[in-house]
Write a protein that binds this ligand. Structure first.
Ligand code: M6R
Length: 606
């Protein structure tokens, strides 16, 4: 995690660094800092605990017009507490070099001891300060040669960007494991953890690969890997600043919830021909003819929940046995990699370390890897043998919303592609395609009921514990709804198969422990109704997420409704109700919605 941003050029660095850091804040917001160098070789450092706004408040921009090169950092603490001493940028003992870092230097403890023996003193506890002091220790007069030496000593993961007080205008660094791009502007150069922070600043950028070292100086740059200077392809930025801005919304999360109808149109475009009622996509054509007999989905968090829905689709619509594993468990578990299995990696950021490392294992052992990724150019997108982008645009809110629905929609398209090729009955295929076309409009209609959802959320905001219940397609929705509640409201919640509750956890139910059941037009509707009765007869309160034509509304204490369709497509509406429920409750409780405590959006450390 952590976001790093660098600039060198002819403009004032400070406002650019602050803008870049605000855009990278989703990667961590425990503290922020900048270090800049003036043409006269003066160094300016400022750091603040908390968000980038705290740092902004400490900086007097009018006094900094001489500073045109700088590096900045927004931190998600891994090594060392959230203190100003541990804030990046970190400096060498002689004050000549400064560095920002994203990742974990695994052997920092040995290196720190070695440096202490050499007489270096440390002001903080971070692995990054070790890199700064080590750089000074290895320095023999040439920045780039020292960087080369440094990267043979430190153990990754890292993206590092340095500046040297004696070389104003110069930025240099290296990356393994953590993302880093170079933005190429007119006489101005940017370095960032995420190309999207460069939207509106440059039109082109290059993505650095693992093992790359770079140096920007004299209005030019070079990239070296394994001692060889090479040219990385330039990529264009297609998004506009509109995608990075709140507009009239109070929070990015709400904006992103409201974008979901449009996002699903994007997901289907170029894949589904609604006129001809068929799927048209070269990637899918290629994958379905590979003869895969099984699918293994690997992902974390919300993306894992999308994977669980993917399993439901692939098994029900395409008859393909599908396994889903949380990426942390995959990497350290026993892996059986074979050629008959399609390995699907799901990730909004495309940078989640646990998923990325798992993907590398499958690639190394000859498995066919397929990415479902939102961020083009991200590591998972680049390493996958094939894949589909989710086209959800930038997702800024730490709590994933539109990325989830886009992932689920992508799975539905994949399952239909496999199903049509193999076993799916044609009428069923057609009815789902027809229904899919209506989802965006249904979503937009559902969003008009947000006030009703808010009322129910406010009513339950004082409860401390919740169960989220569902079965079959609706169990992953319950799990996702429960995760949204936890991360946004800091209330405890657990998701269960509604049938499983009676095997122990029902003991927790009393009048202070409400449950939310997702009970649309599923074939298990009446079984779910029995679970409602089991909870109610123990004094538990029950909120139903049900269709507007459900005839059993009176069994619930409260209910929220959506338009009935097919179980395969109702999930989109159900999850949006749960997203809004968590959003409104968090708002009622005064939580920091876009940046919940302790979290970061992109988890690039294991
Ligand atoms: O970028 P990814 O989809 O790989 O991230 C995985 C999880 O960290 C992520 O889905 C997380 O659970 C959500 N931000 C929660 O809303």
């Amino acid at each position: 995690m952590c976001g790093i941003f660098g600039f060198t050029g002819w403009k004032d660095a400070a406002p650019i660094l602050l803008k870049g850091l605000s855009r990278l804040e989703y990667r961590g917001y425990d503290s922020a800092g900048i270090c800049m160098i003036s043409k006269n070789r003066d160094l300016y450092i400022n750091k603040a605990i908390g968000k980038v706004m705290e740092l902004k408040n400490k900086i007097n921009l009018s006094s900094l017009s001489e500073y045109t090169t700088g590096i900045g950092h927004t931190r998600w603490a891994t090594h060392g507490g959230v203190t100003e001493n541990n804030c990046h940028p970190h400096t060498s003992a002689n004050g000549r070099f400064a560095v920002v870092h994203n990742g974990i230097i695994e052997n920092y403890s040995e290196l720190r001891t070695m440096l202490q023996w050499q007489g270096y003193q440390f002001y903080g506890e971070t692995d990054t300060e070790v890199a700064a002091k080590l750089f000074e220790h290895l320095f023999m007069g040439d920045d780039f040669e020292t960087l080369k030496k440094l990267t043979t000593v430190i153990e990754w993961a890292y993206a590092l960007v340095f500046l040297d007080k004696e070389n104003p205008g110069k930025l240099f660094g290296a990356k393994i494991g953590s993302p880093l791009v170079i933005g190429i502007g007119r006489d101005s150069w940017y370095v960032s953890s995420d190309y999207r922070s460069l939207i509106g600043l440059v039109d082109e950028y290059i993505t650095l690969e693992d093992g790359d070292l770079f140096c920007i100086e004299n209005n030019d740059y070079k990239v070296v890997n394994c001692g060889v200077e090479l040219v990385r392809d330039k990529e264009s930025i297609t998004e506009t600043e509109k995608h990075m801005e709140l507009g009239d919304f109070p929070h990015f999360m709400l904006k992103e919830i409201y974008e979901q109808g449009e996002v699903l149109r994007n997901v289907f475009a170029g894949r589904i021909d609604f006129q001809a009622k068929t799927i048209r996509n070269n990637t899918l054509d290629e994958v379905v003819t590979q003869g895969f007999e099984r699918v293994h989905i690997i992902a974390s968090g919300t993306s894992y929940h999308a994977g669980l829905l993917g399993k439901q689709y692939l098994e029900h619509l395409a008859d393909i046995p599908t396994e889903v594993t949380v990426s942390t468990e995959f990497k350290y578990g026993k892996q059986f990699i074979d050629k008959k299995t399609l390995y699907i990696f799901v990730s909004q950021s495309g940078e989640t370390a646990d998923s990325l490392e798992s993907m590398k294992i499958v690639n190394e052992r000859g498995g066919y890897t397929f990415g479902i990724v939102n961020v083009p150019g991200s590591s998972i997108a680049r390493l996958a043998k094939a894949g589909l982008f989710t086209h959800a645009w930038v997702e800024v809110g730490v709590a994933s919303t539109k990325a989830f629905t886009a992932q689920v929609a992508t799975f539905l398209v994949i399952a239909l592609a496999f199903g049509r090729k193999w076993n799916l009955e044609h009428m069923k295929f057609l009815s789902i395609i027809e229904d899919m076309q209506k989802i965006p409009v249904r979503i937009e209609k559902l969003l008009e009921t947000s006030d009703k959802i808010r009322e129910v959320a406010e009513k339950y905001a004082s409860y401390l514990n919740f169960f989220y219940l569902g079965r079959s397609y609706e169990l992953p929705i319950a799990m996702e709804g429960s995760l949204k509640l936890k991360e946004l409201t800091y209330r405890h919640s657990e998701a269960y198969s509604s049938g499983e509750l009676k095997h122990g956890s029902l003991a927790l139910i009393d009048e202070y422990f409400p449950s939310i059941i997702i009970n649309g037009s599923s074939p298990l509707h009446s079984k779910n109704c029995s679970s409602v009765q089991e909870v109610k007869s123990r004094g538990g309160k029950m909120i139903g997420i049900i269709t507007s034509d459900d005839t059993k509304k009176d069994i619930y204490d409260d209910y929220l409704t959506f338009e009935a369709s097919l179980p395969e497509t109702e999930v989109f509406l159900e999850v949006i109700i749960l997203q809004l429920f968590a959003y409104h409750m968090a708002n009622t409780l005064g939580r920091d919605i876009d940046k919940p405590r302790n979290l970061a959006k992109s988890v690039t450390v294991e």
